[in-house]
Design a protein. Structure first.
Length: 270
């Protein structure tokens, strides 16, 4: 084999290994609300620099699972978790974990845009100032960089000091994504981020997500099968708190191994 062919094969293998590298490992995770089990002993690996879609009917455990990754369920007094969510071999469910630091590393964007009632600029810099960044040049750079990555800079650069609430719904959601980006997380959790948006805004968010996976690992809850098939690399199908099937998105949508998955994907579910 020629030296050139050896180098090409090596590069291909390196890329495959990079795509398959896991950033989160979930092991035997169960989540309870009081005595009710909402997630049933699931295990899966979340790939680095990929989009993982969580699909399934309402109330099946998708959002509960998503919120467990950065401990948002801690805000619910009756919620508790068992099992492990490993990030750099650290169990994120350990009671000793600094939850504030965790949410900086693993950011979250919610279904309904929730900008602060402040200016666009202050929405981006609010958390940065909380962490001690005060130098104006650093704040200015963070605002431009995060808004650019969120594909919003060109639309708002001339009105950074106007209220974020004056933005359209789609712009507000991209601002919330930019606010998360400003914290430089490794993982972004998106809970139906475009469900309340019009088709044009939805398309912009989908395009943004595809672009962001170059720098972030993304987990998204969606009820939109078309969206899941378009933007994700891996898809997990949840039903009644169980992880029914988890595979490459192409496989899930064209050749699922479980009949229940096929029925849900095709709209013949139930």
């Amino acid at each position: 084999m020629s030296t050139l062919m050896t180098e090409i094969k090596s590069e291909v293998n390196n890329r495959k290994n990079s795509l398959q590298e896991s950033i989160l490992k979930v092991e035997d995770l169960s989540i309870f609300y009081g005595e009710k089990r909402a997630v049933n002993s699931i295990s899966l690996d979340i790939q680095k620099n990929a989009v993982t879609a969580l699909i399934g009917p309402s109330g099946c455990g998708k959002s509960t699972f998503l919120r467990s990754i950065n401990r948002m369920n801690d805000l619910i007094p009756i919620a508790r978790s068992e099992g492990k969510i490993l990030y750099d071999d650290v169990n994120l469910l350990d009671e000793k974990i600094d939850v504030v630091a965790l949410r900086k590393e693993i950011g979250m964007v919610f279904q309904k845009p929730n900008p602060f009632p402040k200016s666009i600029y202050e929405n981006i810099t609010h958390a940065l100032k909380f962490y001690g960044i005060r130098k104006k040049s650093l704040l200015d750079n963070a605002v431009e960089e995060s808004l650019t990555k969120a594909a919003l800079w060109d639309e708002v650069k001339d009105r950074l000091h106007t209220s974020a609430l004056s933005l359209s719904g789609g712009q507000q959601q991209r601002l919330c994504i930019a606010r998360t980006i400003a914290m430089k997380p490794s993982v972004m959790l998106l809970d139906e981020p475009s469900s309340a948006l019009d088709p044009i805004s939805n398309a912009k968010v989908e395009e943004l997500i595809q672009d962001l996976k170059k720098d972030y690992s993304i987990v998204i809850v969606t009820h939109n099968m078309g969206q899941a098939s378009r933007i994700s690399d891996k898809t997990a199908f949840f039903y009644n708190g169980d992880l029914i099937e988890y595979d490459d998105t192409e496989t899930i949508f064209t050749n699922p191994s479980v009949k229940r998955t096929e029925e849900y994907i095709s709209g013949r579910f139930g």
